[in-house]
Design a protein around this ligand. Structure first.
Ligand SMILES: [Zn+2]
Ligand SMILES: [Zn+2]
Length: 310
């Protein structure tokens, strides 16, 4: 990379070199931004058709499906005496983020109703779905009665196949005149190798008197799809920016970058559109994640999406 002669900024593929010789990474997909191990092979490019029918060039990106930066879990606390370090978090979209410690389990009847009891009052042990049958019986619509009133957690060992996933993501995003809704499919990937899921179906989960526990990073294991994130809680916002802007956490399937909610001074942006995106000179269009308590990352897709390959 070469600085321009006037000492101003010069443009390379994905970076702007600023006057103070720091770099600002632009929001379009850049394989170099991922953590070591988060891309299972060096992304190649190929022709692809985006969700709106545009034929363009996409990166073929394969992620491991589990975080390369930290361990998964814990999810459910073993007893009603457990502290917050023994469990993860819970959010139901109301804005609150709860630590799942023993006290949270003990007080669920106050929060959600008198028919809630996720523990054995004689032993203090929490009802946890600690077998494959229990996990699969609870992590689905129409939860069988025997798995209601359980804290739900699953293991990646229950999955029949590897959890790696391959996506086609546009090299150059194609903006939409009207944004696309998020829908029910995964909406992006993180720099540490995990998929970003659509909002967790908390109404169905709560209707079965279950808590589908998330770990402190906002992820959990679905026995059919693997590990995925439902919220950004700080674990994933890893690529610092040179200008105090929020850190990059990953990319949406339309190729635009998703950054943390707050900048390095702890402030939010208030000029976001309905998709939670805006533009600036360094990054072009990009998103800012919602708070974990909102049970979402972005509000809609600003651009035509790439696709899941397998
Ligand atoms: Zn989920
Ligand atoms: Zn921004």
């Amino acid at each position: 990379m070469v600085l321009s002669a006037c000492g101003g900024s010069s443009q390379t593929d994905n970076e702007t070199i600023n006057e103070d010789n720091t770099t600002t990474v632009q929001s379009t997909f850049n394989p170099d931004n991922f953590h070591v191990g988060a891309l299972l092979q060096t992304p190649t490019t190929e022709s692809c058709t985006l969700s709106g029918g545009t034929v363009t060039t996409c990166y073929r990106v394969t992620i491991p499906g589990e975080p390369v930066t930290n361990e998964i879990g814990p999810f459910c606390p073993p007893t009603i005496y457990s502290d917050a370090s023994e469990g993860g978090i819970w959010f139901d979209g109301s804005g609150e983020v709860y630590d799942i410690d023993g006290e949270f389990i003990l007080n669920l009847d106050t929060l959600y109703g008198s028919d809630w009891q996720l523990y054995d009052p004689d032993t203090g042990l929490v009802n946890v779905t600690d077998t494959q049958a229990a996990c699969e019986g609870a992590a689905r619509p129409n939860v069988a009665e025997e798995y209601q009133n359980h804290c739900v957690e699953c293991s990646l060992s229950y999955l029949e196949s590897a959890v790696e996933q391959t996506y086609l993501i546009p090299v150059e995003p194609v903006a939409l005149a009207n944004p696309n809704s998020i829908g029910g499919d995964n909406l992006g990937i993180t720099l540490n190798g995990v998929v970003l899921a659509p909002p967790a179906p908390v109404s169905a989960i709560l209707a079965a008197n279950t808590i589908a526990a998330f770990d402190d990073c906002g992820g959990h294991i679905n026995p059919f799809e693997g590990y995925h994130y439902h919220a950004s809680t700080g674990c994933t916002e890893t690529l610092l920016q040179s200008d105090n802007h929020a850190s990059l956490l990953g990319y949406a399937l339309d190729g635009y970058g998703i950054y943390g909610m707050r900048n390095l001074a702890g402030e939010e942006d208030y000029d976001l559109d309905e998709c939670r995106g805006h533009s600036d000179e360094s990054r072009g269009y990009h998103y800012h994640s919602a708070s974990a308590g909102e049970n979402m990352f972005i509000g809609c897709f600003h651009g035509e999406q790439g696709s899941l390959v397998h």
